[in-house]
Design a binder for this molecule. Sequence first.
Ligand code: APR
Length: 254
Amino acid sequence: MENLIEKVALFIHESPKVVVFTGAGVSTESGIPDFRSPDGIWARYDPEDFTIQRFVSDREARKRNWRLRKEMFSADYRPNPAHYAIAELERIGKLSCVITQNIDGLHHVAGNSEEKIVELHGTVKNAKCLSCDDRLPLGEVLKRIDQGEEDPHCEKCGGLLKAATVSFGEAMPPAEMRRAEQCSRECDLFIVVGSSLVVYPAAGMPLVAKRSGARLVIINYTSTDMDAIADAVIHNKAGAVMEAILEKVKERAI
Ligand code: APR
């Protein structure tokens, strides 16, 4: 693996514009389960419960959805070495943007600046009303649930409240999609960290980058359908790999 670390560090050294694309695998070493590993979230929750259709039509599914939000929100998750390595990439002036499918907000906590982070699937920090689109801190809604309100509705219009994340079947946020596509088109190097690359349109971004002439690196514990078109693939844990790569990049910069 040593020479793969060297190879990716050289790619970064040679690339003025680097995009990092992260999935749930970048946060598992922070204690947050991913979705499709054997112990992932979809082994404990039914993904059907997380479609927008089910959420709006089934009160019991909404209650299960709020239970998962509470699990995600109330724990005190901290960034891990992979997040810090991506923040370091920004500090040394290499990062064009970090496109994330994650809703945990850990890239911001690790030190990436707000304007460099593109959250394609929203964030677990806020809630939204599905009727008037009012936004409010998720903590406020969870407090209402703790006080016995099982199926919280908007206090302004009576509409359904939901975590401000993008559920299956929900439209992707247009501004974030445009920004992610632009960064993917313009970068010289696109690094995937911890994603199975099976959920579109997010998983289309590596293809946009590759088609625009960028090199593609995939750092993922298990193989993905895009391994064959990547310029380098490292099947190992994101924390140690990203830390080792940044060490090599900083050695080169001296
Ligand atoms: N280091 C490297 N890779 C890891 C690690 C780790 N420590 N832990 C897990 N992985 C890998 C797994 O092998 C898996 O291939 O990360 C990948 C995570 O894949 P998924 O669980 O499918 O997560 P993700 O790709 O982010 O899913 C995309 O699907 O359910 C929706 O909205 C949800 O944003 C999510 C989207």
